[in-house]
Design a protein around this ligand. Structure first.
Ligand code: ADP
Ligand code: MG
Length: 280
């Protein structure tokens, strides 16, 4: 406050310029890289005083603030690396609208033991029933649990492998897709692949086998994979590895998108039932 500053006597030496007082605690926290704690220190200390916390409780409060900030930053970074096409969460999944999905099973999957074990997860069902939604939401949970995740549409994955092969850079591409702890391959089987691609996918699946998890969403059952890959022998070899340690989530029922449109009166129920196959 200005009024509290004593005035310098007029005839004596000129008043010293105000000096910013260095806060040693501030510097120590910087050196320890406890930056979130440093930046929020005053507020947190006030909070601790107001709540009359013991030293130990106050220290816990300060540490929690730093840890929460780091977790948040890690999840943000992991999410941007994962390249999810949209933001989807388990909280945003309406289980009542999709009775074929067992909430208990999904909660269990959200604990990510399957990712820790390097198991595969297949989510299969018709278009619009929430396969990609659950894949993204489970991917987010994996990131929260500290795992690296990469999301890729099946067609983009195959195109990247074929291109890498043609350019003599297959190894680089395989390494890229083998690296994340969880690789999410979305919309497998919507379009058939060229036969050469099946071998490249086999190489990727072999490389990841028992090391990293693969989550595949598909509108086709595994019995159709031979046709999708254009090579039943390679399809069997891929499935043999994928299904060795695997979980399968089969979603039945109506497209959620059509259901929403139907609700809003955009289309009639009779129309909605028929074009489900071309809806996606
Ligand atoms: P799929 O991958 O099976 O074709 P999506 O996951 O893309 O279907 O779902 C289509 C849209 O409907 C998405 O916007 C998704 O978030 C939403 N959706 C699907 N099922 C549900 C659900 N049970 N609760 C909330 N939103 C859902
Ligand atoms: Mg989808």
């Amino acid at each position: 406050m200005v009024s509290a500053v004593p005035k310098a006597p007029k005839a004596s030496a000129p008043a010293a310029a105000p000096v910013a007082i260095a806060d040693p605690l501030h510097d120590l926290l910087s050196r320890l890289r406890l930056t979130a704690l440093r930046d929020r220190l005053d507020g947190l200390l006030d909070d601790a005083a107001r709540r009359d916390l013991s030293m130990r409780e106050a220290l816990a409060l300060l540490c929690e603030a730093e840890v929460a900030h780091r977790d948040q930053r890690r999840v943000q970074m992991g999410t941007s690396i994962a390249k999810f096409p949209a933001a989807r969460t388990l909280e945003g999944f309406d289980f009542a609208a999709q009775p074929s999905v067992d909430p208990k099973l999904v909660r269990d999957l959200a604990a990510c033991r399957w990712v820790a074990n390097g198991d595969a997860l297949l989510i299969q069902g018709p278009p619009g029933v929430g396969k990609s939604h659950l894949a993204i939401a489970l991917g987010r949970e994996a990131i929260r649990h500290g795992y690296s995740v990469l999301f890729v549409p099946a067609m983009a994955l195959m195109a990247a492998l074929v291109k890498g092969h043609a350019e003599g850079r297959l190894e680089e591409r395989l390494a890229h897709y083998a690296k994340p702890k969880l690789l999410i391959v979305d919309e497998f089987g919507y379009l058939p692949f060229e036969p050469a691609a099946a071998h490249l996918l086999f190489q990727l699946v072999s490389r990841r086998y028992e090391r990293g998890s693969v989550l595949v969403t598909s509108n086709r059952t595994v019995g159709d994979w031979g046709a999708v890959l254009g090579d039943p022998v390679v399809a069997t070899a891929i499935l043999d590895r994928l299904l060795h340690h695997s979980h399968v989530l089969t979603i039945r029922g109506d497209s959620y998108r059509l259901r929403e449109k139907r609700r809003s009166g955009l289309i009639k129920a009779a129309q909605a039932a028929a074009p489900a196959a071309v809806e996606d």
